[in-house]
Design a protein around this ligand. Structure first.
Ligand code: AMP
Length: 203
């Protein structure tokens, strides 16, 4: 009952197909989880999906492990399969928040195509950014605290470079489409959260 009414709410919400964009360590993962919870939609993190696949040793995991550990991007073709499969699941029917996809212009086209097939489209693209020195300092902190395999200095640099080269062009693209909502990530978690809610008209 509670689940059904929650779904109806999300279904009636015309603005529940959301993409999160931002460099590594901008805090977008944390904010994505919080916003999805507030809107009662699934937070779909492609990074988390791939890390689970690696941890479980699935065939997908084996195909992406080396690329991920180098801080490079998984191929657009493979990501299209992953995202298409995930968005086809029931819980994503009335809305979703994508964290970490799309990350390249071809991925933007793929997402548009997947949604078009269901007469849907992206409602908001939330862009969380912070100055480079803040991003690097946060990466170092996470390296110490979490010991992630893809958080060594070289890999952190590679991930930022990949972002600047391949993902940053999406900002201009979505701005032109009138979908971009920019949020300053150099604030407290609570302040960023409030700004994100306001950005998607949910505050
Ligand atoms: P994330 O946790 O979002 O930073 O993702 C971790 C890693 O997963 C990235 O460094 C990439 O290797 C891979 N990855 C996640 N999402 C994508 C995507 N949309 N396209 C290509 N690679 C991705």
């Amino acid at each position: 009952m509670a689940g059904a009414s929650g779904n109806t709410m999300a279904g009636n919400n015309a603005s529940s197909r959301i993409v999160f964009l931002g460099p590594p360590n901008s805090g977008k993962g944390t904010q994505a989880t919080r916003l999805a919870e507030a809107l009662d939609i699934p937070a779909i993190s492609t990074g988390d999906m791939l890390r689970s696949a690696v941890a479980e040793g699935t065939s997908l995991g084996r195909r992406v492990e080396d690329v991920m550990n180098r801080g490079e991007l998984v191929s657009d073709e493979l990501m299209a399969e992953v995202v298409k499969g995930r968005l086809a699941q029931d819980d994503a029917e009335s809305g979703f928040l994508l964290d970490g996809y799309p990350r390249t212009l071809p991925q933007v086209a793929t997402l548009d195509r997947i949604l078009e097939e269901q007469d849907q489209s992206v409602d908001h693209v939330v862009m969380i950014d912070a100055p480079e020195d803040i991003l690097v300092a946060r990466a170092k902190k996470r390296q110490i605290e979490q010991g992630r395999a893809d958080d060594t200095d070289d890999v952190v640099r590679r991930r930022l470079l990949e972002y600047r080269e391949k993902t940053e062009p999406l900002v201009g693209h979505y701005r032109e489409r009138g979908l971009l909502r920019e949020v300053d990530g150099d604030q407290s978690i609570e302040e960023v959260q409030a700004a994100v809610l306001a950005a998607v008209g949910a505050s």
